[in-house]
Design a protein around this ligand. Structure first.
Ligand code: ZN
Length: 102
């Protein structure tokens, strides 16, 4: 039987690990990679009674979360802010810096 297997199949069988139940299990590199769940944008939850987005206030103390110690604005991948709010946030942080809030 093993002679009839192609080389590729033979390699696959060699790499496979036997389960507790006796079934073959795919090795780690063949399994699907773990997919991260995306964190929702923190500013998208805030809406007024009519369902409109609220403007980010330059006096908001939460702005400090989105800048580094040196005062640089954190990238979108790190702070998990959506594109729409990132544009607004960048403007607001700059305003806050000019006013001396940050
Ligand atoms: Zn958002």
């Amino acid at each position: 039987m093993s002679e009839n297997l192609s080389t590729r199949e033979a390699i696959q069988k060699l790499n496979k690990i036997e389960n507790k139940k006796g079934q073959y299990q795919k090795p780690r590199f063949e399994r699907k990679p773990f997919q991260k769940t995306k964190r929702p944008c923190p500013f998208c939850n805030e809406k007024d009674a009519d369902g409109n987005y609220l403007y980010i206030d330059y006096k908001d103390p939460r702005l400090k979360r989105h800048i580094t110690e040196e005062g640089k604005i954190l990238p979108r991948k790190q702070s998990c802010v959506c594109a729409r709010h990132m544009r607004e946030l960048a403007k607001t942080i700059k305003t806050a810096k000019k006013m001396g809030m940050l």
